[in-house]
Design a protein around this ligand. Structure first.
Ligand code: ADP
Ligand code: MG
Length: 465
């Protein structure tokens, strides 16, 4: 990275230059996402929730840390006059190095690739950013200045860090004191966005995007002065923290499933279909799977870095376990798996060898193929989109998963000389037509019907014809 560090005379704050890409991303995002500006709050809340998850996970195996962990909370408050919005969590926090790494560079390879994939067409790019989950930098859509104060869990109070930036190419860093572990983010909203500083407004944004976050999101409310008491504030919990996937199916409405999907994936579009199962027995688990209606921009070539299936043990988030739970050709499947019957100190190695996990893995495959078959039998626009978005990736399954070859093959669709427009043919339809025409020519009917499939490889229909 480009780490131009200059001492800032008079204060202890150091000024750092952003990684060039960060600056580029910021500018682009502010333009592309202006009309969806509220998503910044979803992103900050989801980071807070991730940070609490991470702390709970490492505290499982660290008794000393466990003893000092504060109850999980994500608290919001605002000061309309000063134009400030504050989001504070009791998560794992960050060290100074982590702050630099996470907030000053594009550490995640996906982001760099994302930048490369931008088309310059604003509408398209906004969609990409939406499904990509832009994260922390989206604060600059609404804020003219962002301040992050953070203390890593287990570190002494005087090692806390303050990061501050106006999103214009540089940020400052200084060491501060902070009482408890966690992160406090203060946004100074720019003039046109100050309308967001309203309790009702914030509440409805939280309900819309973050209702199923597993930790309490509380909003500071003013309590009007009475004769006996002055004006005070109290924290009111906004979200419903009961993990959706653990609830009985019969109690959950369609809209709740859709909202949960939005919170889980950051996708603006509703899912194409979902499947929710509670499996009881000597080993029990719950599984909530979704098929998106649109592919992430990097689906086709990003075969190895998979994400999107979260593993929980008794509602404690353990890891993104897509690699252990879903074969490559189903890498577009999203969802949550929760089991009380896995060891809490589970590692990726243990996951590979766990009999329960292999059971879950085959259930994920079975249920995913069920969902695809259901969509295929319903037909219509949803199926057409899913077919076009995921069909090519699904084809990999013919090689990758011989046991399910027949099921996968029945889901594949192809261009055909007999079919035009948006429609595609299945192998079964093709064979039926081929047989019908070969029966016409084979009048004696003694030969077995020929099962020849004629195909031509081309990168587009126009080229093939
Ligand atoms: P993502 O959440 O997809 O990793 P973000 O841009 O949202 O990307 O955040 C970048 C990184 O900054 C996170 O991965 C995390 O390590 C760190 N981070 C952001 N917010 C917090 C927070 N509230 N507490 C601890 N770490 C955080
Ligand atoms: Mg994030």
């Amino acid at each position: 990275m480009t780490e131009a560090v200059t001492e800032n005379p008079g204060t202890q704050a150091e000024t750092h230059a952003f990684d060039a890409e960060v600056h580029q991303l910021l500018k682009l995002m502010i333009n592309a996402l202006y009309s969806n500006r509220e998503i910044f709050l979803r992103e900050l809340i989801s980071n807070a929730s991730d940070a609490i998850d991470k702390l709970r996970f490492i505290a499982l195996t660290d008794a000393e840390l466990q003893a000092s962990v504060q109850p999980p909370s994500i608290d919001l408050s605002f000061d309309a006059e000063a134009g400030k919005l504050v989001i504070e969590d009791t998560g794992i926090g960050m060290t100074r190095d982590e702050v630099v790494e996470n907030l000053g560079t594009i550490a995640r390879s996906g982001t760099a690739r994302f930048l490369e994939s931008l088309s310059g067409d604003q509408q398209k790019d906004a969609q990409l950013i939406g499904q990509f989950g832009v994260g922390f930098y989206s604060s600059f859509i609404v804020a003219e200045q962002v301040t992050v104060e953070t203390l890593k869990a287990g570190q002494s109070a005087d090692t806390a860090v303050r990061w501050q930036s106006r999103g214009e190419g540089e940020y400052t860093l200084e060491t501060i004191e902070r009482a408890g572990h966690g992160t406090r983010i203060v946004l100074k909203l720019s003039e046109p966005h100050r309308d967001l500083l309203d309790a009702q407004r914030l509440r409805s944004i939280i309900e819309h995007y973050s209702n199923h976050v597993a930790f309490p999101i509380r909003l500071e409310q003013m309590v009007a002065a009475t004769e006996d008491a002055e004006e005070t504030t109290e924290l009111e919990q906004i979200n419903d923290t009961q993990a959706l996937w653990t609830r009985p199916k019969a109690e959950i409405g369609e809209q709740e499933y859709q909202e949960f999907y939005g919170g889980l994936t950051g996708d603006f579009e509703p899912p194409a279909i979902w499947a929710h199962h509670h499996v009881e027995g000597t080993q029990s688990y719950s599984m909530l799977l979704y098929l998106p209606s649109r592919a992430p921009f990097d689906l086709a070539w990003n075969r190895d870095e998979r994400s999107g299936l979260k593993l929980y043990i008794n509602r404690v988030f353990i890891m993104d376990a897509a690699e252990s739970l879903v074969p490559r050709y189903l890498r577009f499947v999203r969802g949550v798996i929760d089991s009380a019957d896995l060891p809490l100190n589970v590692s990726r190695e243990i996951l590979q060898d766990s009999p329960l996990l292999s059971k879950i893995r085959s259930a994920v495959v079975r249920r995913s193929l069920d969902m695809l078959e259901k969509l295929a039998s319903q037909g219509g626009e949803v199926w057409d989109t899913v077919r076009d978005e995921f069909g090519n990736v699904l084809k990999e399954g013919i090689i990758e998963d011989p046991a399910n070859r027949e099921r996968i093959a029945s889901l594949l669709r192809f261009e055909s000389t007999q079919i035009h427009d948006e429609a595609r043919t299945s192998l079964a339809d093709y064979l039926q037509r081929a047989q019908a025409s070969s029966n016409e020519s084979d009048e004696d009917g003694t030969d077995k019907p020929k099962q020849t499939i004629w195909y031509l490889l081309a990168d587009s229909r126009a080229r093939a014809l």
